[in-house]
Design a protein around this ligand. Structure first.
Ligand code: SAH
Length: 368
């Protein structure tokens, strides 16, 4: 028996023709009944993948300190919206709020807003944050969060947003689509007509070679974020794995990937049952934010970012009173979060800051 979402997608393709990759991704992740995030908590050892806040409390604590310092830079407004996009289990927010308590005035000013589409994860977040003492509100999209200056956190959120893909034929870009093969299985194909929008997405990139794949993220959420910062004030941290197109090889390539039970799987094999992500294109995100009137800083490698916020000092103070076993666990977490080797997140993951144009360079970043 095939999963219900696979049947539904097959029927959709039979009726309407092959789907843009973004439509496929949006259905696989966000279908109201069968979408991957709608039906489960995918995080942790027993789930499909593990994120930085689930590796160590230090991650969220340092981000909480970043939020406090940025709030002070904003002039310590008496009300600030602390917004998290895609909060998962709520672990980052819980750790950040605990660290932020060092400055009670920040706790008094902050209203917490969680932007989450998954009912399963909303329940999980409510459970994690029930003793936080914070005033919590949930929303389906950033646009629903009431006005006012904001600090916005997004860890592994943008990689879950749908992308489109285009393949260079040698003379034109053709959109990659999800269709059906002769046996009725999902298969990638190309729209025979040249794409009318891809040339604009490719602007500023090196000349493509035949077969090169251009990826383009849906722009709505990034635009909404930048517009909000530019008009209402505040700053955001976008943390994700991805590339800065200025780096060699970052301009083209297929980064759509699926994970289930901590292994890569075929992105078309089990829609709704595997996580689907794409690398975040930080250069495009930064230029989109600038075009919307915000400033962009970085991206910095996650390792450098955490080191500048005091990761090693924090680890040492936690290790001082710890058993040998706990201390070894802390050291391993530091390596995993900030190291540069295979399987470590220090340079694979990057941190981009976006801010209102009046704000000075946010803590840990270099000038724009
Ligand atoms: N930030 C968390 C979870 C990352 S997983 C962590 O680091 O552990 C991605 C999160 O984004 C999940 O909470 C998922 O439900 C949420 N999400 C995915 N697409 C979304 C969308 N379009 N709008 C709001 N939340 C979304």
């Amino acid at each position: 028996m095939s999963p219900p979402l696979l049947d539904e997608i097959r029927a959709l393709i039979a009726a309407e023709g092959p789907l843009p990759v973004s439509r496929y991704m949006a259905l696989a992740l966000g279908h109201p009944r069968h979408g991957y995030y709608m039906t489960r908590d995918p995080l942790g050892a027993a789930g499909d993948f593990t994120t930085a806040p689930e590796i160590s409390q230090m991650f969220g604590e340092l981000i909480g300190l970043w939020a406090v310092a940025t709030w002070q830079q904003m002039g310590a407004p008496s009300a600030v919206r602390l917004i998290e996009l895609g909060p998962g289990r709520g672990t980052l927010m819980a750790d950040a709020l605990r660290a932020a308590r060092l400055l009670p005035a920040f706790g008094a000013a902050a209203r917490v807003h969680l932007v989450e589409t998954s009912p399963v994860l909303r329940a999980r977040q409510a459970e994690t944050l029930k003793d936080s003492g914070a005033d919590l509100a949930w929303h389906g999209a950033l646009e629903e969060v009431p006005e006012g200056p904001a600090l916005v956190l997004a860890n592994e959120f943008f990689d879950a947003l749908p992308i489109d893909q285009f393949v260079w034929s040698g003379s034109a870009w053709h959109e990659r689509r999800v269709g059906l093969d002769a046996e009725g299985r999902l298969a990638f194909g190309l729209d025979p007509a040249p794409s009318r929008s891809a040339a604009a997405f490719a602007a500023g990139r090196p000349d493509p070679a035949p077969g090169d794949i251009l990826e383009h993220m849906v722009e709505g959420p990034a635009r909404a974020l930048a517009r909000r910062l530019a008009t209402e004030g505040g700053a955001a941290l976008v943390i994700d794995y991805g590339h800065d197109a200025r780096e060699t090889g970052g301009a083209y390539g297929d980064t759509l990937q699926a994970m289930a039970r901590h292994r890569f799987v075929d992105p078309l094999a089990e829609p709704g049952a595997a996580d689907l992500t794409a690398h975040v294109d930080f250069a495009s995100l930064a230029s989109l934010a600038r075009a919307a009137g915000a400033r962009a800083f970085g991206p910095l490698g996650q390792g450098a970012f955490l080191a500048r916020l005091g990761l090693f000092e924090r680890a040492q103070s936690l290790m001082r009173n710890a058993s040998e076993e706990v201390a070894a666990g802390i050291a391993a977490a530091v390596r995993r979060l900030a190291g540069d080797r295979e399987g470590e997140m220090g340079s694979l993951f990057k941190v981009l800051a976006l801010a209102h144009s009046d704000l000075e360079t946010p803590p840990a970043f270099d000038g724009p």
